[in-house]
Write a protein that binds this ligand. Structure first.
Ligand code: NAD
Length: 336
């Protein structure tokens, strides 16, 4: 099948190209993000392959349908950037990669937690400059602390397991409790109980209408003063302005983000020669107790291998049977 692959970087070409040796699809790689301005690049293809910040909205889907596209194969787990109802109306199937390496994201979450706590990013620079002072580097023992995991699916379950290994008491909240978490001693509680009880809160739920701004001003107000908040799920789960206020008044003791509500115009690009016009993001960068990465939690060799394999398997199955292996229905909703 001829596939127009959007938002590609050298690593996408490398991993998809290698996996495609066994599938034989015709892959046309485009640097451009999929949007109403770029969808014409898909002309002549039967499928489009898209990533997290591609805009697969109503207008783009209508345009893709008019060009004969019948499948959008996402290289991601979350589907929050796709208008699923519009896709159904246009007769375009949507496929995703439900699990490529939950370990990649869970382990990056731990990297944020450990770095924020022990400030190794600051210590690295100090030591290189001959500054061996410890002022400002004080951390805390994770052992014995209470951690809250919001969303205990594939990634949240692994995070809960690792935190349990560190000696934390793990509380969780999920609309569907996970028996594997209960078996390891995780206790499910309502959000009202989780917020004031936790020294550390980490978010692993999908972005849906129900989780949009789950962490808002009211949620921050209920949190334990000095809490560490970590988000590696989707930016929209957190109301950034409310969190900035929490950082300023000390309610939030430290913040780790791999995702940001308005990341579309920033992440995955080298903007180091430009200024950042997003004042909210720029404000986040001024806090010494904020650590941000640019949506890299998924970025391991294993994950990229699995993403490439599962994406091409989706396309092959769709071409052969009219159904992808992991097709997303409107009812299923975003991210799940
Ligand atoms: P999953 O579907 O296995 O688990 C998600 C869990 O969230 C489920 O148990 C679900 O019941 C729960 N949930 C749904 N609505 C909820 C709500 N309102 N409150 C609490 N819990 C709720 O998904 P996963 O593979 O664990 O991934 C979780 C999210 O992580 C994805 O949706 C995606 O947005 C994000 N993600 C980020 C990266 C990255 O690189 N930063 C990579 C992969 C996934």
């Amino acid at each position: 099948m001829h596939v127009a692959v959007f938002s590609t970087k050298s690593y996408d070409r490398r991993f998809l190209g290698a996996a495609n040796a066994a599938y034989g699809h015709k892959l046309s790689f485009f640097d451009a993000r999929l949007s109403a301005e770029t969808s014409q690049l898909a002309t002549g293809a039967g499928a489009v392959c898209a990533f997290v910040n591609d805009e697969v909205d109503r207008d783009v889907l209508a345009d893709l349908a008019s060009r004969g596209i019948r499948l959008v194969a996402l290289r991601s787990a979350g589907v929050n950037n796709v208008d699923l109802e519009a896709a159904e109306r246009e007769g375009i199937a949507v496929a995703r990669v439900p699990a490529y390496s939950p370990y990649a994201v869970a382990e990056h979450t731990m990297a944020l937690i450990l770095t924020l706590n022990r400030k190794t990013h600051r210590a690295y620079n100090r030591v290189r400059e001959g500054n061996f002072a410890l002022e400002g580097l004080l951390g805390f023992d994770l052992n014995g602390k209470t951690a809250g995991v919001v969303g205990t699916g594939k990634i949240g379950e692994i995070v809960a397991k690792i935190l349990t290994g560190f000696g934390c008491t793990v509380l969780a909240h999920d609309v569907r409790p996970n028996p594997a978490c209960e078996a390891m001693g995780v206790r499910y509680v309502p959000m009202e109980e989780l917020f004031p009880s936790c020294d550390l809160i980490t978010l692993h739920c999908p972005l849906t209408p129900a989780t949009h701004h789950l962490i808002n001003a009211e949620a921050v107000r209920r949190m334990k003063p000095g809490v560490m908040l970590v988000n590696t799920s989707r930016g929209g789960v957190v109301d950034t302005r409310a969190v900035i206020k929490g950082l300023k008044d000390g309610t939030i003791g430290s913040l780790g983000l791999d995702v940001y509500e308005e990341e579309t115009d920033l992440f995955f690009e080298d903007l180091s020669n430009r200024f950042i016009s997003d004042d909210v993001f720029a404000r986040l960068l001024t806090f010494p107790n904020v650590l941000m990465t640019g949506h890299q939690a998924f970025f391991t060799r294993e994950a990229l291998t699995n993403i490439a394999e599962a994406t091409l398997a989706n396309i092959t199955a769709f071409e052969a049977t009219g159904r992808a292996v992991h097709e997303v229905s409107v009812e299923r909703g975003a991210g799940g």
